[in-house]
Write a protein that binds this ligand. Sequence first.
Ligand code: PEP
Ligand code: MN
Length: 271
Amino acid sequence: MMKQLKLAAKGDRTKTIVSARERRIGDGFVIIAGPCSVESEEQLIETAWVVKEAGGDFLRGGVFKPRTSPYAFQGLGLKGLKIMEKARTLTGLPIITEVLDTRDVSWVSEYADILQIGARNMQNFSLLKEVGKTRRPVMLKRGMNSTIEEWLNCAEYILNEGNPHVFLCERGIRSFETYTRNTLDLSAVPAIRELTHLPIIVDPSHGTGRLSLIQPMSLAAVAAGADGLMVEVHPNPPTALSDKDQALAPAQFASLVKKVRSLAIFMEEIQ
Ligand code: PEP
Ligand code: MN
């Protein structure tokens, strides 16, 4: 297994640390948070301050949304990126956003500090090669129907183009279970540790799709040894234009950050 991995394999390599605007992923515990979609300047800036004040490290926000229906909100595109840029200027939080199309990679990477490859595009090999040609950090989410081996081969595509700034995000896989949106595979965290030097974070928002499960799975992700979390936060969840059922309200996010940070400190002590 994993024989084809020349660059992603752990081998004798020391753990990779991915840096974006002086913040480091793979060295300490990082929290990436923000709305599923950038909806308006007011909504994003308000969320950015919530993330900053609660102690988050990066601001997320989708401006190109991979929606199941073509009639659902598709994102604000360039206008959304300009809003993200403004939020970064105001709060100092580096920004991460998903890129869906090879034609958008070079101009989106002029705005974003980290490029996200979403679950649906994990095996979009042209897109992987394109982000591999940039030197922007890339967060590669696990495909919902993908094995760990397939996922690491996708990381290999990016590394093979010369971009070493790659980290992984477990976001749940499809199973027969329907109570949760996906089945969050936390065993992937220690498995990834054994197999590769790349950092790995966990997204319990898409991983469970249920508000009440986000905190327990976040804490479990810390205990499993993850390098960080990505969670969705919205100033007024019932009005969110996408993923409203899994969006944390500001107070819920602040309380989550506190618990996660305490557990992360404890985990470091017992290592
Ligand atoms: C997202 O993070 O905005 C997203 C669409 O997640 P995923 O690709 O994991 O479904
Ligand atoms: Mn979402």
